[in-house]
Write a protein that binds this ligand. Structure first.
Ligand SMILES: [Zn+2]
Length: 322
């Protein structure tokens, strides 16, 4: 038995997973990172404790915990180096602390890399060996699977961070400090900020989006709902999301000589609104490939692949490689 944890900017999720990809029990609570690193760690410990009875019922102990964190991390030291969406955790030895409290080995990885491990595990029989993963959530994460294995680059604590590649140098500001990153166009935060920018420019002065924003209740889901109800502004934000994704994915295909991308994360629920502009932009920005050769797919399990990948990491690290 393994526990997989996906620690995101908005929610933390944990699941008890067996070697056959079955999720036996799961938990999801708000991250509330503003309460500080110790409070976040305590909530993670609590989630692990809550999952223990399901493991005991099966008569198998939890062998290891896989922990996915959004941002740049040091897997060897179990430390978060820099996480724009989880700023209070910067330089905090989260994995070490969690291991000390639970007395179970904890292995940490970037959450988008775990999406890659999870998706590759789910697609083990499919024979797609080279692909780019893009996770759409509070921010935008990325991973590369090359030759069926997760690419870690020079082990600098980040790899395939497509979210922080610049698609428009004159574009909106990104949490990383740059301007015009993919993340500033194609994340949950970008959707909300897109509405805010229209309001700041005086281009939106009423209606549902305006009201939600004014009361602090505007979410990516609400922007999606408004787009489905015909809001030109909301539809435009999803078009911009697709355009930026197509440009970034097209550049990556050209650079790497690969032709498959898999998209996951909570905001991939807006697939029907961004896939057409994405494909159009991809055709426009990737001249080396014929459009028919390019494959862009929605994740097998957009909300669970990273969680399964975290359990998969724990499994690989403990040598229980099914
Ligand atoms: Zn950025």
């Amino acid at each position: 038995m393994f526990i997989g944890i996906d620690l995101g900017g908005t929610h933390m999720r944990a699941a008890l997973v067996d070697r056959r990809q079955t999720i036996l029990d799961r938990r999801k609570v708000a991250t509330h990172v503003e309460t500080g690193p110790e409070a976040v760690r305590s909530r993670l410990v609590e989630l692990c404790r809550e999952l223990a009875p399901a493991a005991r019922k099966k008569g198998e102990p939890v062998s290891a915990i896989g922990l996915g964190v959004a941002g740049k991390i040091d897997p060897r030291e179990g430390r978060v180096i820099f996480s724009p969406n989880l700023l209070p955790l910067n330089d905090y030895p989260l994995a070490c602390e969690l291991q000390e409290q639970t007395r179970i080995p904890v292995y940490m990885e970037n959450d988008a890399n775990l999406f890659g491990l999870g998706e590759q595990w789910l697609r083990a029989d499919r024979g797609i060996e080279n692909w780019l993963g893009v996770t759409l959530g509070t921010g935008v994460g990325g991973c590369l699977i090359l030759g069926g294995r997760l690419w870690s680059g020079d082990h600098l604590g980040f790899s395939a961070e497509i979210g922080h590649t610049v698609v428009d140098p004159a574009g909106p500001e990104c949490v990383c400090g740059l301007k015009g990153c993919l993340e500033a166009h194609s994340s949950a935060r970008a959707l909300v900020h897109g509405v805010a920018a229209h309001i700041a420019r005086g281009e939106l002065t009423g209606g549902r989006l305006f009201e939600l924003f004014s009361t602090g209740a505007l979410t990516a889901e609400a922007v999606y709902d408004c787009a489905k109800q015909g809001s030109t502004l909301a539809l435009g934000l999803f078009q911009r999301m697709g355009w930026a994704l197509g440009l970034a994915i097209g550049s990556a295909f050209t650079l790497l000589g690969i032709r498959c991308a898999i998209i996951g994360g909570g905001v991939s629920a807006g697939w029907d609104l961004f896939i057409d502009p994405l494909c159009e932009s991809l055709r426009e920005h990737c001249s080396m490939l014929n459009p028919g050769e390019m494959v862009v797919q929605l994740s097998e399990r957009p909300n669970e692949a990273a969680l399964l990948g975290a359990a998969r990491l724990a499994q690989i690290k403990t040598g229980v490689d099914a």
